[in-house]
Design a protein around this ligand. Structure first.
Ligand code: NAP
Ligand code: GCO
Length: 268
């Protein structure tokens, strides 16, 4: 019989930020299937309620809280509340994120800051809040949701690429600074995944044809020839949340259908 015990998350509490739907929700479902207790947050009560309904429909008894991850006081309150009501957070997935697709010379500094705030400052804030208890218990897993833009640039995403590149380095730094306490901090770098965040890149044209960016992803950039599904990220997240990865630290696991390995489709 296969030894799946090393992936068992029973008895573990997992906080997944911004996980009412999309990638965070799929990762949470994967962690729940491995036995973890699921806690998530979203900015507004109405999104938390939608999230709770989504989890209930999957038979998952998740706890949802309202919290803006960019607000340090609110995050500290949230973590204290979770520790009191559910237990110490063993697994943190920094998933909440935003993107603004604006050419750099048209982007306002304030817009740039907003992206850095959610995609880079917030993972720092939430990680900082959960680390003291992880240090005390001498174990913990932090998974930062990075991006293709942790490695590449492209038109219109200067703020997002800066944040996700920074998040890769925050991942390595947390691993370096707290690895001595048996804390592992790794990243998942999703490829192009079909979620509301990427919906504008898949919107069909007025004449019903495929969006050119959609064809770009499926026909020239991704060896797998398709967009990823949020569920494609669940297995890698379970691996990085479990004892199976106890000596893996500071790595970014790209889950991208081969994009990072590929130079791009040759002209025929
Ligand atoms: P999504 O569908 O837009 O979901 C993002 C979630 O983050 C939403 O639930 C959103 O809440 C929440 N959020 C945003 N700002 C927040 C804040 N300040 N506090 C709390 N929650 C907040 O995005 P997704 O595609 O699932 O992406 C999830 C993560 O994966 C992001 O970090 C994204 O950058 C990353 N990623 C996505 C892709 C992709 O192709 N989709 C690829 C690589 C990486 P609301 O519902 O309230 O807006
Ligand atoms: C974009 C996309 C991406 C993806 C993802 C890729 O506009 O290029 O939204 O940045 O969401 O992060 O890994």
């Amino acid at each position: 019989m296969a030894n799946t015990q090393i992936f068992n998350l029973e008895g573990k509490v997992a906080l997944i930020t911004g996980a009412s739907y999309g990638i965070g929700f799929a990762i949470a479902k994967g962690l729940a299937a491995a036995g973890a207790t699921i806690v998530f947050n979203d900015i507004k009560q109405e999104f938390v309620d939608k999230g709770l309904a989504n989890y209930a429909a999957e038979g998952i008894d998740a706890k949802g809280y309202v919290c803006d991850v960019t607000n340090e006081d609110a995050v500290n309150e949230l973590v204290a509340k979770i520790e009191k009501e559910v237990g110490v957070i063993d697994i943190l997935v920094n998933n909440a994120g935003i993107i603004k697709r604006i050419p750099m010379i048209e982007m306002k500094a304030e817009e740039f800051r907003q992206v850095i705030d959610v995609d880079l400052n917030a993972p720092f804030i939430v990680s900082k809040a959960v680390l003291p208890s992880m240090i005390k218990q001498r174990s913990g897993k932090i998974i930062n949701i990075c991006s293709m833009m942790s490695e590449f640039g492209r038109e219109t995403v200067s703020a997002y690429a800066s944040a996700k590149g920074g998040l890769k380095m925050l991942t390595r730094n947390i691993a370096s600074e707290y690895g001595q306490y048996n804390i592992q901090c790794n990243g998942i770098g999703p490829g192009y995944i079909a979620t509301p965040q990427t919906a504008p890149l898949r919107e069909p044209q007025a004449d019903g044809s495929k969006h050119p960016f959609d064809s770009f992803i499926t026909d020239t950039k991704t060896p797998a020839g398709r967009w990823g599904n949020p569920e494609d990220l669940a297995g890698p997240a379970v691996f990085l949340a479990s004892t199976a990865s106890d000596f893996v630290n500071g790595q970014i696991l790209y889950v991208d259908g081969g994009i990072q390995a590929y130079f791009g489709k040759q002209p025929s």
